[in-house]
Structures are given as C-alpha cells and as structure tokens.
Design a protein around this ligand. Structure first.
Ligand SMILES: [Fe+2]
Length: 282
C-alpha cells in the first residue's frame, strides 16, 4: 500500500506568515491528494488566540482532503509563564489545546501508516537548559518517557504499517544554521533510532532537508512557509510517498513571481519490507 503524506512545519501564523503562500498551499491540497497532512509544530508565532484561530482554519480546510496531524512547536508554548517551574505545566499548552484538542501528541492511524508524535517543546525547562541564554525557550529536548510511549505505539502497530514519528525540533544538524534542534542531541538520536520509527517528520530549522539518521531512519525536515526562511531560501514544504519498498521525499518550493509552489528535487530512500532496515539509494 502506498501512503502519500503532506509535511509542513513552521507556518508561524501572525506577523511572519506569508498569506500568499498559505493560500496557495490551501488551494493545492485537494490536487496533491495526500492521505494525511502533518503540521510539525510552530503553527503560531507568539501563541496568541488569533494565530491559533488562523492555524485552525488552515487545519480545517486541509481536513476536507485528509486527516490532519498537528503537535506544538516552541512558538506554540506560552513559555513566559512559570519559567523553570516544574509543576503547573498545563498553562503552557492551554491555548494550543483550546484549538487543537487536549492530546498534544495523538496517535493517528491511516491505512498503511501509524503516526505518533513526541513532544519536544517544553518552554524554558530544565531538560532544555543550554549555555546560550537566548536559546532557552527555543531549543527542545526529547525525554525518555516520550520515546517509551512512542515505542509502545509502534510495537502495537501492524508490521506492514509505516511507522512515522512526528516531532517539532530538527533531528539532524541544519545545513545553513549548523544547529541541532534538540539539547543532548546524541542521546535524542539514539532514542529515535530505538523507537521503531521508520520515518521522522520534523521542522524548526526553517531549512528543508531529507536524509538518513543512523543509516536507517528517514528524516524529512520541512522548511517554513513564513518570511523567515533560512538563508533567504524560498519557502517550501515536503511531500512524501511511502511505498512498500521506498520512501520518496519531494520538496515543493515557492516561486514568488508565479505565486505558486513547484515540485523540485526528490530524494529517494529504500525501505525494507515490513519495517526492516532501509538504505539510501539516491
Ligand atoms: Fe520552532
């Protein structure tokens, strides 16, 4: 069974969102005919009601075509509340939950795939403390309990279902930024490799990418649809085709003069049958 998946991230509704790009994507979704739409966090810019309301309108529109999966990014967390206070965490996600439901990391089953999420956005938290002060609310971390939960979801799933893990922060180092999205990233990468995921969908770096983690997990990093793209690159999103023996990731890039997204490069990875070990083929 082949699964088509639209992967976007970092829409940043609010001042940074480029409404031409958002509307162009909204118009494209029925033509792309994805089986599932994943928004890998940072729907909002300042976790404001109006931003979430626009994000929800986007999700509702996409849901006319396919089930929509979202989880919160660092910009969707009201991190300025109770920084470093380990209890009362609920307030951080109150607004996000109001618009996207109580479960921050739901599990979504579609024919041929199971999609699980790992929460990496905790505001200013002990787990994401870094020496760079301005990074404290930006960088994420991947707690063991998240991966333990995800691993259980994947091990309960049918053997032939594609195991797809969604998280906001980039798992691989950004090419231009040179930065990892996660604190203690080596440990996080080991946890991901241990989770049973075949494909990871992430964002945060604002630069698109498609690569392998540990030679066996395909990592799709979505670019952004907002004005703050990395290195002045065009806005982009990824479209994945998961076949029984291959995963293909096509990057759609914004063509400003024509006012549309255009399919550009495609990356292909072998996928071992029933969740075995894939390898890069192109
Ligand atoms: Fe982010």
């Amino acid at each position: 069974m082949t699964v088509h998946l639209l992967h976007v991230a970092d829409l940043h509704f609010g001042a940074l969102a480029d409404i031409r790009q958002v509307e162009a994507l909204e118009r494209m979704i029925p033509d792309l005919r994805p089986d599932v739409v994943v928004v890998a966090g940072d729907l909002a810019q300042r976790a404001r009601h109006g931003e979430f309301q626009r994000a929800r309108a986007f999700a509702n529109l996409a849901a006319r075509t396919a089930p929509v999966y979202t989880l919160p990014g660092n910009h969707d967390v009201s991190w300025w509340w109770r920084p470093l206070v380990p209890f009362g965490r609920g307030v951080l996600y109150e607004k996000y939950r109001r618009y996207f439901g109580p479960d921050l990391t739901p599990t979504l089953n579609v024919p041929g795939a199971v999609i699980a999420g790992a929460l990496t956005s905790y505001g200013v938290a002990w787990g994401s403390l870094t020496p760079r002060v301005r990074d404290m609310s930006v960088i994420g971390h991947l707690p063991k309990r998240e991966i333990t939960r995800v691993r259980a979801v994947f091990s309960d799933a049918p053997a032939d279902a594609a195991k797809i893990l969604v998280m906001h922060h980039n798992v691989l180092r950004g090419e231009i930024s040179g930065r990892m999205g996660l604190a203690r990233w080596r440990q996080a990468q080991r946890r991901i490799l241990d989770s049973g995921a075949e494909v990871v969908l992430c964002g945060h770096d604002h630069q698109e990418g498609a690569d392998l983690l540990g030679d066996r997990v395909v990592v799709s990093t979505a670019g952004t649809l907002c004005e703050r793209s990395r290195g002045g690159r065009p806005a982009s999103f990824n479209f994945l085709t998961l076949e029984p023996t291959a995963v293909q990731i096509t990057v759609f890039r914004w063509e400003g003069e024509r006012g549309r997204f255009q399919a550009s490069d495609t990356f292909a990875f072998a996928r071992a049958p029933a969740g075995g070990v894939p390898a890069a083929v192109a």
